[in-house]
Write a protein that binds this ligand. Sequence first.
Ligand code: ASP
Length: 362
Amino acid sequence: MARVYVLYTGGTIGCVTNAQGALAPVPGAAFEQRVLATPGLSGHGVAGYPGLSWTMGWFDRTLDSSNMTPSDWIAIARRLLSVYDQYDGFVVLHGTDTMAYSASALSFLLPGLSKPVVFGGSQVPLSFTLSDAPANLVGAIVVAGTLPVPEVCVYFDTKLLRGNRASKVDANRFAGFDSPNFPPLASVGSVVSRNEPYWLPMPGRDVSLAEPGNRARRQAALEAQVAAVSGFSVLMLWLYPGIRASSVSALLSGTSPAVAGVVLLAFGEGNGPTDPDFLDALSAAAKAGVVLMDNTQVQRGAVLPGAYATGLGAVGAVGAYDMTPEASYAKLVCLFASGLDPAAVKAAMPVPQAGELTVIEG
Ligand code: ASP
């Protein structure tokens, strides 16, 4: 017997065309009716999987994921935790646009996961005939109920990816997600191939969310983060040829609430211009306690901060190794929201917490 809790947050999967001809997600109760009419999912069971059942929950507001904020990440984490002991696996139905950010955040907000949390969605609504939604939906529920992978994942177009390694790589095609720096955790075909050597290990009892005491402590921590998360800003800054020091300074000093961290989407292996004014703007921020992350705007490969004279390690930016920009941003937000001071956040950023990066020695 396996019970799966499906949390519908919105996204294309739940969209219908509104009066203005644009796609907008329907409320939860209406979406559940559509899911119950999906082949294989009637009666809250899953055809061909005796003993597997699903229950659906939702929030009052359904969102296009372009409207999601870190507060929504915390709301998702709190909801999953509140029903954690009643289910064997979890599916979060979510818009694809910011799914990689939310999945990354959940991996940091729910340390000690002992059950799968599978993010899913689709490029085309469930209400449309030629859609990837039915296969993605059924697949996510089956994966969450049958694969004991103890981590936050993204299931899309037959691939199960580590959530904090995933990125949206195609705006239109059904193969919308990839994890360029990490192999899939499983893939679905006529057989399900499990890539178990790459799964995170089961958490020990001291941290496992299977333990009621750990769950209670985590709920309390998440409640504190709800208030904290609106008190600071984290920016993402894509570098480009000709970027002006004055633009960077304006952004860093003119943002309210004050900037606590910046994900720099640098060139190649983590490089940027050596214009002294540009570097001064960054190092002044770093000296004032702003945590700068040296990420790359290139999808595959890792930042090697010391490799070039143009490396941003020179201004005190932390090399992100092969962490995705989405994971870097979510990790900064979650660490600051947990109340750590800038020095502690800076120290924690390059250390893997949930399999989000690979440390490259040397
Ligand atoms: N705009 C939609 C969203 O992110 C796109 C999708 O779900 O595919 O909510």
